[in-house]
Design a protein around this ligand. Sequence first.
Ligand SMILES: Nc1ncnc2c1ncn2[C@@H]1O[C@H](COP(=O)(O)OP(=O)(O)OP(=O)(O)O)[C@@H](O)[C@H]1O
Ligand SMILES: [Mg+2]
Length: 268
Amino acid sequence: MGGSALLVRDLSVGYGPVRALRHVSLEVPEQAVVTVLGANGAGKSTLLRAISRTLSFHGGAVTGGTIGLGGRPLDRLPPDRVVAAGVCQVPEGRRVFARMTVADNLRAGALGAPGGREARARALRRVHDLFPVLAERAQQRAGLLSGGEQQMLAVGRALMAAPKVLLLDEPSLGLAPLVADRIAATVREINEQGTSVLLVEQNAALALRLASHAYVLEVGEVTLSGPADELAASDEVRRRYLGVVDEDAAADASQARTTHPTLTRWEA
Ligand SMILES: Nc1ncnc2c1ncn2[C@@H]1O[C@H](COP(=O)(O)OP(=O)(O)OP(=O)(O)O)[C@@H](O)[C@H]1O
Ligand SMILES: [Mg+2]
């Protein structure tokens, strides 16, 4: 069996000539929630695609580094074997099968998963407990669900494979704050049930509340990492990702303007 710690070492990724990740190292310890923060284009989705081995569908390739789960390399596996090994990704933008029913979407999530009918029934019970609406709407087409419900379905579909590690790509994107909070509460519950989570988010406030560890990705490189509460308290993260205006710095700046009249010399 081995453990379920996910270890990324020195990972570099390119899309043709575009280098999207450079020497990224990161760890998701067993049963942890770890978050990766970063602006648009920082490489967050690329990181998840590299782990789930779906980069080639997007024209990308790993150019260096290693990825392992519980000491087992994932690097050479096809995507379905990564799922079987215990790593499932919820892609950016949900991407449920809109014309299929909710029940069929969930069934699709169990394809390639280890275990037989009993394991599938157990996984479905878990998903219905977490998201009762998916049981109520089982026979409805997925495309008719609200955005929040589609995100629940996307998460539920990934859980059908009973992963050890769940990769979540911006689950709160485009959702109203209350709906995003519900998703966040569910992520916490999923984690408490024993699944570790690698959460990619632009909503830093939400992500830092959920995670024990956080990494900041900037233009393909990890520029900051540490315990989530320490990052949440750092000026850099507060200013750039939490939108907190540093009042002391603002006061210093206005004082500087009044006490240094030489700054007006350009007006002459
Ligand atoms: N399929 C692709 N082909 C070529 N370049 C790509 C492709 N996907 C992403 N990139 C480039 O790789 C870099 C990282 O993109 P990525 O989508 O991983 O960022 P992201 O952090 O997920 O951004 P967002 O917050 O907008 O989702 C960007 O420069 C982007 O333009
Ligand atoms: Mg992305």
